[in-house]
Design a protein around this ligand. Structure first.
Ligand code: ADP
Ligand code: MG
Length: 704
């Protein structure tokens, strides 16, 4: 970018509409827009999904069953085979070493339309066997014959992602290669650098023009890696910059109130606690109180493993707000959890006479009207509830602190609706999900983070076992003995969103079976999210009172539920749970003075699932478990779809590029600290690029 422009050099404005580019008319423009490519820059950032070169191609003669291969060859023949089971298209391809069959059951007519005998193709897939080796529905790319002949030299050929709509206008992988050829052959093209030059130099990143050339037409592997590294950094840097901007923005929002002092409640409650706070709890309370005292809004995440004692931390902070005449709202993701918080907070808050109220969906109208009135008047001081709290009719008198429990279950919108009910209230988000550092840097990168990294000392210890179906009889015998001795038991069934109906059915059937056949002599009860509030309350009450020995439930007990007398937890179909989820479930037992045992029943054993369960077996460190879960399942599984959108980056990978996330974050925050509004001349381009290319990500960020 600092080069002197020669007469031939032609500086391209990245914001130019893509339709101005030679070879792209309105038709292609529309198709490109369907995948979000509107400007010249968007097009240049349409990176290859993978590359083909000599080292990644397997000669057909070396193809073996079970291998993941890419073969390159000539189409020899196409034939529709009418099989008794299912008709299919058979394509025979050949290279210098042999021939291989490829098969399409679906989409055969399209393949037939674009494949012609004599075409050169690259095909990738897993090698299967059916009357010979074959590839079924391989990933395919048609090559130019010129490309094919140069593959045997050191050439690297980019393969581009495409869609049906793009293919219709000739922009399949080959079409993209042709298009990019045209662009890169055009004169000496130059693209404006969008990374601050100081940064680019310091980190020795490839400059944008060269990196674009190399990522589309790599001269060799090393340069390709250099180009990829540059774009990964660029992407992560801008995301972190966005988070930094957001964070600074929140920091500058003034609250509409301030606290002259902590008031009396804090002391009153603290002195009557039935236990001493852990050092971590004390530290975190100070961190939060410091935020509350500040003029700017608090936006803090409190992370603490199951049982680390977040509730009392929240209550002590809430008591400060309440002593100062303000209201506090606590929002929980389920009614069961809200009810539990409600009971706990009444108990803990009693010494200070705090007026706690519960607002959930299924309350009788009379009661509800009364509570709403108390919230409006301000006589209700600490209001616990579910998303019922965000309904329009709920009006607070002076909401100063919003506590949101179990964060990732709420959408951004729900959260901001609650926050909007106060006058820029402080926000404390609590989560028991140990979030891997890399993820939290991105998902919660705009928040201040407090961590409860110390569990209150416990007398009991919990052990974990994996069993299979054959061992169930022994497990049941064990349970019977425990219950007869006065202990209580959870039996948990998975409830996975996609198959919720069937899962619920399975849980109910499991319950019936256990009750009739296995434990006809014991007291069992069923608990699931589909039950009405009073019914559920009744079950929880009976279980907490000890009248019910075995509680069969779906994952509704996952969070928050606290009964110290439970010593055994059986997790059915454990292979279907996420590790973090099991970890949280397991945290529900051994909460008293007795030892606990967590029995994971593995019904469908696969190598992958067994490996995952082994991790749970080996460690109780929530952070390690979540990190492993993230690596094994990927970010998409790890979090809900919303966050997935944010984590689905173009080129960087939050798991693989963990270290890069770290340095991008560091640099982004440093840059913004030095120039909070990106007003310096050398940052103007950065600012513009941030706004025009990354604002959409704001929707995924965890704040207001
Ligand atoms: P979580 O962080 O999972 O929400 P809770 O706040 O529900 O944890 O606390 C779990 C249990 O530990 C509760 O019964 C609570 O009263 C108790 N507890 C909290 N802090 C301490 C402490 N410092 N020492 C002993 N017990 C504690
Ligand atoms: Mg909790």
């Amino acid at each position: 970018m600092n080069q002197v422009s020669s007469a031939k050099t032609f500086q391209i404005d990245g914001n130019t509409a893509v339709t101005y580019i030679k070879g792209i008319g309105p038709k292609r423009g529309t198709a490109l827009a369907s995948v979000g490519i509107r400007t010249f820059r968007d097009l240049l950032y349409h990176f290859p999904r993978r590359y083909l070169d000599r080292s990644t191609i397997t000669p057909i003669i070396k193809v073996r069953l079970g291998m993941d291969v890419t073969v390159v060859g000539k189409i020899l023949s196409l034939a529709n085979v009418r099989s008794r089971r299912r008709p299919y298209l058979q394509v025979l391809i050949g290279d210098d070493s042999g021939q291989l069959r490829c098969v399409w059951f679906n989409g055969a007519s399209y393949v037939q339309k674009i494949f012609h005998p004599g075409n050169m193709v690259a095909l990738s897939g897993k090698v299967e066997f059916y009357k010979g080796l074959q590839l079924v529905h391989p990933d395919y790319d048609i090559l130019e014959s010129e490309e094919y002949s140069t593959l045997h030299t050191a050439r690297i050929i980019p393969l581009y992602p495409s869609t049906a709509e793009l293919k219709k206008v000739g922009l399949d992988s080959r079409g993209f290669r042709r298009q990019f050829h045209k662009i890169f052959e055009q004169l000496d093209f130059q693209v404006t650098e969008i990374l601050p030059s100081s940064l680019q130099e310091m980190l020795q990143l490839m400059d944008i023009t060269e990196a674009l050339q190399q990522i589309h037409f790599p001269a060799n592997q090393q340069l390709l890696e250099g180009a990829r590294l540059r774009f990964k950094f660029e992407e992560l840097f801008y995301l972190q910059l966005l988070l930094a901007v957001k964070r600074l923005g929140i920091k500058s929002v003034q609250k509409g109130f301030h606290y002259p002092g902590a008031g009396e409640h804090l002391k009153q409650i603290y002195e009557r606690l039935p236990f001493e706070l852990t050092a971590a709890q004390k530290r975190v309370i100070h961190e939060i109180w410091d935020d509350m005292k500040a003029d700017e809004m608090m936006n803090r995440l409190l992370q603490g493993d199951v049982g680390s004692g977040k509730t009392v931390v929240a209550l002590l902070c809430a008591s400060i707000a309440i002593a100062n005449g303000f209201q506090v709202a606590v929002m929980a993701p389920t009614e069961i959890l809200a009810e539990q918080h409600y009971r706990n907070l009444i108990k803990l808050g009693q010494p200070a006479g705090i007026k706690v109220r519960l607002l959930i969906g299924g309350q009788p109208k009379r009661e509800r009207t009364e509570i709403l009135e108390e919230i409006r008047q301000g006589t209700a001081e600490l209001i616990v509830g579910t998303h019922a709290l965000i309904q329009e009719e709920v009006e607070f008198r002076n909401l100063a602190l919003v506590v949101i429990d179990e964060q990732h279950r709420f959408g951004v919108v729900q959260r901001s609706q609650l926050i909007a009910k106060g006058l820029n209230p402080d926000v404390l988000v609590m989560t028991a999900t140990p979030i891997p550092r890399t993820l939290s840097m991105t998902l919660y990168g705009d928040m201040d983070v407090s961590v409860l990294d110390e569990l209150p000392a416990r007398k009991g210890k919990t052990v974990t076992r994996i069993v299979n179906v054959d061992q169930l009889d022994r497990v049941y015998e064990f349970i019977r003995k425990k219950v007869q001795a006065g202990d209580q038991v959870y039996i948990v069934y998975p409830l996975i969103e996609e198959s919720a109906k069937m899962d619920l059915q399975a849980a109910i059937q499991g319950y019936e079976q256990l009750k009739r056949r296995v434990f006809p002599d014991l007291h069992l009860a069923l608990l699931h999210g589909g039950m009405k509030t009073p019914e559920r309350e009744g079950v929880m009450q009976a279980f907490n009172d000890g009248a019910v020995g075995i509680l069969v439930s779906t994952t509704v007990i996952e969070v928050g539920v606290d009964n110290p007398n439970v010593t055994v937890m059986v997790i059915e179909n454990a292979e279907r749970f996420g590790l973090t989820q099991i970890h949280q479930l397991r945290g529900r037992i051994g909460r008293g003075t007795k030892n606990g045992i967590c029995i994971m029943v593995e019904r469908k054993r696969s190598e992958a699932s067994h490996k995952r369960l082994q991790i749970i077996n080996k460690t109780t460190d929530g952070f390690e478990i979540s990190e492993q879960d993230l690596i094994l399942r990927g970010p998409g599984e790890f979090y809900g779809t919303r966050q997935h959108g944010f984590l689905k980056m173009k080129i960087a990978d939050i798991v693989e590029d963990r270290d890069l996330v770290q340095s991008a974050r560091q640099e982004a925050f440093k840059l913004l600290k030095g120039d909070p509004h990106l007003r310096r001349p050398e940052h103007l381009l950065v600012r513009e690029h941030l706004i025009s290319n990354y604002s959409e990500y704001l929707n995924f960020i965890n704040v207001l």
